[in-house]
Design a protein around this ligand. Structure first.
Ligand code: NAD
Length: 504
């Protein structure tokens, strides 16, 4: 099959894995073959960068940072505005590339590009709002305030499932904050990164600041390890599995660096007896089946008040049976393939374990017999919670259980290692507020009558516990990308000490 949009994105032919405004000639001698999950065919061959190119990338970013940090923040915002325009012009092609390389359906691929555009817009406004506080000094004729400076070089490590948006969340904010950055994308989706870097190169060359945003496609064992242990990168923002986050977080902490971790989730929807079943089905369907269950915020557990159990399970099973599965680029498809064969194996193993633990498959359960990595979205029901549901399987498997007391349901929803997203469907204001209060959901995201996935960029995104504690995107998440400085100015002629100390 030919994919014309690849030409528009200038993605033909072999690709070099390190971009700093120009493309470096890689020296590792290794490459990664990119297969589309649509049918397994080869869509690219990316040459991997070695540590030699890593050093060149760091040097380029360091040089760019020295100039970039002196650019007034609103002028930095203007460059990001132009980046947003460039993304708008290629939204369709970029969205299609996400579908081709990662497998999510076109509407979601374009939605992801829109998310990039949204965060660029947010960052433009933010570039005029990097506020610090002023405080009243306890000493006479003293003024005290805090200001925020760029932190330096930011290492950005991203997961395969949001191959553009997670970069954009980090890159847009870091750039207006005055940082330079090095992006190491997932080896499962390097073409998305190369397409982005090409757009970045044009925009930043025109602005006279090449090297502010750089990309390196390399292996975890050399480039990844060097990056996370590199003191020249004061902040590592890493998105991916809890296993990866535990390792990266430890390495960065060892060198007393800062890490921003966005890790796995095990997200639940609680449904009480007053909820609208139609809204529940639609919310849970998008949450569990969208992106073929490969979102960090995917709904993995549906906890139904016993009075709703039979009706909602039946409606969900009916809805699941009608989900069009197939080529994510084809019109009408609602669920594309999983990323690779490994994911299919994990899907099958989880279902087998769930059944062995006493679960009943009420929808789906099968791998599709066709080229590509397609599976059926699956529902597993059980009277009590299955042990397997404590684990994040990155696939469209939804565990459904009944509950009798809201307290128990909330305790059960919180009884997950991760704490990313959560939701309650209810028309009872007391139950809604009970869910949102301090002893309610322990997650970073808590929704009422909205599913667990599909966050807006305006809020801070991230979660607690094994999800890593990081916050990205909106609100005041920008503070993670800057260093805070408290400044006190004495405009008098005395030198009074704080706490009234008299010295000598
Ligand atoms: P993964 O952990 O396998 O890989 C994520 C990234 O980490 C990749 O770029 C990988 O190359 C890199 N990495 C792994 N080991 C490394 C090392 N030693 N040094 C440096 N980099 C290293 O995750 P994945 O399979 O790509 O993505 C799925 C996971 O990501 C799921 O658990 C999902 O919940 C999570 N996720 C979380 C968020 C969030 O915002 N919380 C968003 C998207 C995905």
């Amino acid at each position: 099959m030919s994919y014309d949009f690849l030409d528009t994105l200038d993605l033909g032919g072999p690709q070099e894995g390190a971009g700093i405004g120009t493309w470096l000639t890689t020296t590792s001698g290794e490459s990664v073959t990119v297969n589309t999950p649509i049918d397994g065919s080869v869509i690219g061959e990316v040459k991997l960068a070695s540590l030699t190119e890593y050093e060149q990338v760091v040097a380029a970013a360091q040089e760019a940072f020295i100039k970039w940090r002196e650019v007034p923040a609103p002028a930095r915002g203007e460059v990001i505005r132009k980046l947003g325009e460039a993304f708008r012009a290629k939204k369709g092609e970029l969205g299609a590339l996400i579908s081709l390389e990662m497998g999510k359906i076109r509407a979601e691929g374009e939605g992801e590009v829109q998310e990039c555009i949204d965060i660029f817009d947010f960052a433009v406004g933010l570039s005029r709002q990097l506020y610090g506080l002023t405080m009243h000094s306890e000493r006479p004729k003293h003024r005290m305030y805090e200001q925020w400076h760029p932190i330096g070089l930011v290492g950005i490590i991203t997961a395969f499932n949001f191959p553009m948006a997670v970069w954009a969340w980090n890159a847009a904010i870091a750039a207006v904050c005055g940082d330079a950055m090095i992006w190491k994308p997932s080896l499962k989706t390097p073409l998305c990164a190369i397409a982005i870097q090409k757009i970045v190169d044009e925009v930043f060359a025109e602005a006279g600041h090449p090297g502010v945003m750089t990309t390196i496609v390399g292996k975890d064992a050399d480039v990844g390890e060097t990056m996370i242990n590199d003191k020249r990168l004061p902040l590592i923002s890493a998105t991916g599995s809890c296993r990866m986050g535990r390792h990266v977080g430890t390495a960065v902490a060892q060198r007393l660096g800062r890490s921003l971790l966005e890790l796995g989730g095990n997200n639940a929807i609680i449904v009480d007896e007053s909820a609208d079943p139609e809204m529940v089905v639609r919310g849970a369907l998008f949450g569990a089946v969208g992106t073929a269950g490969q979102r960090c915020t995917s709904t993995r557990r549906l906890m139904l008040h016993r009075s709703m159990f039979d009706e909602v399970v039946e409606r969900m099973a009916k809805a699941y049976a009608t989900v069009p599965i197939g080529d994510p680029l084809a019109e009408g498809t609602l669920m594309g393939p999983l990323i690779d064969e490994d994911s299919v194996k994990q899907y099958s193993a989880a279902i087998e374990t769930a059944v062995a633990q006493g679960g009943t498959v009420v929808a789906g359960g099968n791998v599709l017999d066709r080229p590509g990595t397609y599976v059926e979205p699956t529902i597993i029901a059980s009277e009590t919670r299955l042990e397997i549901s404590h684990h994040e399987t990155f696939a469209p498997i939804l565990y459904i259980t009944p509950w009798d007391r809201l307290e128990d349901a909330i305790a059960d929803q919180n009884d997950a290692d991760q704490g990313l997203s959560s939701a309650i469907f209810t028309n009872n204001i007391r139950n809604a507020e009970r869910f949102l209060c301090a002893s309610g959901s322990d997650c970073g995201i808590a929704n009422v009558n909205i599913g667990t996935s599909g966050a807006e960029i305006g809020g801070a995104f991230g979660g607690e516990k094994d999800t890593g504690g990081g916050r990205e995107a909106g609100s005041d998440s920008w503070k993670a990308y800057m260093r805070r400085q408290t400044c006190t100015i004495n405009y008098g002629s005395e030198l009074p000490l704080a706490q009234g100390i008299s010295f000598g």
